[in-house]
Design a protein around this ligand. Structure first.
Ligand code: FO1
Length: 309
């Protein structure tokens, strides 16, 4: 069994590649839910949905979120009634948020809902939310405190980040299956996701970080930072705001207590020595994933590093 921790669009790219290199039944994907929020009264779980749509072959690869060829008629009409339209919920995508919101109101836990949606869309891999409890990523800026989606989508990550915290994390419990999957995995992969707001919330759920430290399986990460800049999104601003150096070395330091290996870009070879001084192995290889072939190649490289074939 291969356990993958992911969040965001960078994570979905590697998950896509892995899904084409490993039997679906062997894949257990643990997903960030810190980005979740309520929009038009509906519970939206962007990272869970991006992974589900990607594995169902429905994802919009160019945008990195939502369903390909979706329309936005309902959003336009919501706008006519005074609703906010900065978060682009597509018509087909809305059906999932309506279903999830209904099931939550019927007291079905998020993990159970995710399982139903997975089955309905014919996805074979296991997709687990990090927790059934609400954990909310909050971004503290000069203008005050924002939800992740307000910071990221509404305000185009323009604000200076003073602090990031995960409201509700201390009281949260890992979703059923999460700790067992990490304990019994043959290998664990951390996707090239934002270490602060995509992987950070997963690690903040009590017990998950400890399970990663204790697992006997090798744990590898793929760096989301190349030559001091993020492959996409605001990872540089969030890492700097959280006090981490913006580099593959900074990523390695964020995970050093449980990581065995990190894949870094050839441009970052100069960091190898400092990374290895942390007690982990640095593997330099091309890690940008622009095409489907790139995603498959990075997947194969990280699997080979873990001797997971
Ligand atoms: N990202 C955007 O940049 N703009 C959007 O309007 C937007 C809408 C959206 C709708 C559903 C969904 O599942 C994801 C959506 N995303 C959008 C992506 C999302 O904000 C981010 O990818 C993640 O939260 C980052 O992890």
């Amino acid at each position: 069994m291969l356990v993958v921790l992911t969040g965001g669009t960078g994570g979905a790219k590697l998950v896509h590649g892995l899904s084409l290199e490993v039997a679906a039944k062997e894949l257990v994907i643990i997903c960030n839910t810190g980005d979740d929020f309520v929009c038009h009264g509906l519970r939206v779980c962007p990272d869970l949905d991006t992974i589900t749509y990607t594995l169902a072959g429905l994802g919009d690869a160019a945008r990195g979120w939502g369903i390909q060829d979706d329309s936005f008629v309902a959003l336009e009409w919501l706008g006519k009634y005074g609703g906010e339209s900065w978060f682009k919920l597509g018509d087909r995508d809305l059906a999932l948020h309506i279903t999830r919101t209904r099931l939550l109101a019927e007291a079905v836990p998020l993990s159970g809902i995710t399982e139903r949606i997975r089955g309905a869309l014919g996805v074979q891999a296991t997709i687990l939310p990090m927790s059934d409890d609400r954990v909310e990523t909050r971004i503290v800026t000069m203008e005050g405190e924002l939800s992740f989606q307000e910071y990221f989508v509404k305000r185009h990550w323009a604000d200076e980040v003073k602090k990031v915290f995960f409201a509700g994390a201390e009281r949260s419990r890992p979703a059923p299956g999460v700790l067992d999957a990490i304990r019994t995995a043959e290998a664990v992969i951390l996707c090239p996701s934002n270490p602060i707001t995509s992987i950070g919330p997963i690690l903040a759920v009590p017990g998950i970080r400890e399970a990663l430290t204790k697992t006997k399986s090798p744990v590898a990460a793929v760096s989301p930072i190349i030559a001091g800049a993020p492959v996409s999104g605001p990872a540089h601003k969030l890492m700097a705001g959280a006090g981490f150096e913006v580099s593959a070395l900074g990523v390695a330091k964020a995970y050093a207590d449980f990581l065995d290996k990190i894949m870094i870009a050839p441009e970052d070879r100069a960091l190898e020595e400092n990374i290895e001084a942390l007690g982990l192995q640095a593997l330099a290889a091309p890690i940008r994933m622009d095409s489907l072939e790139d995603k498959r190649r990075v997947a194969r490289d990280v699997l080979a590093s873990l001797r997971y074939m």
